[in-house]
Design a protein around this ligand. Structure first.
Ligand code: SF4
Ligand code: SF4
Length: 65
């Protein structure tokens, strides 16, 4: 999923060398400021029928469910 993740194009995203696809991996250690979340536009959201957003700050899909 990391290959399909579009987080790197998100205004809230910061690079601290983490795996992306936060909807599976959960919270980021360095992304702290909610500017916007573009997960709704990500193909993974549709494919996996994800219901949440801001995974990098609020936790994975599983954690938020
Ligand atoms: S839904 Fe969000 S966190 Fe998950 S792969 Fe897509 S852009 Fe990344
Ligand atoms: S999970 Fe959402 S808010 Fe966080 S970097 Fe990805 S698109 Fe942006």
């Amino acid at each position: 999923m990391a290959g399909k993740c579009i987080c790197k194009g998100c205004p809230s995203w910061k690079d601290c060398g983490e795996e992306i696809a936060y909807c599976f991996t959960g919270k980021s250690k360095c992304i702290k400021v909610e500017q916007w979340c573009i997960c709704a536009a990500c193909p993974v959201t549709k494919e996996m029928n994800l219901k949440h957003n801001y995974y990098c700050m609020k936790g994975s899909e599983k954690e938020q469910s």
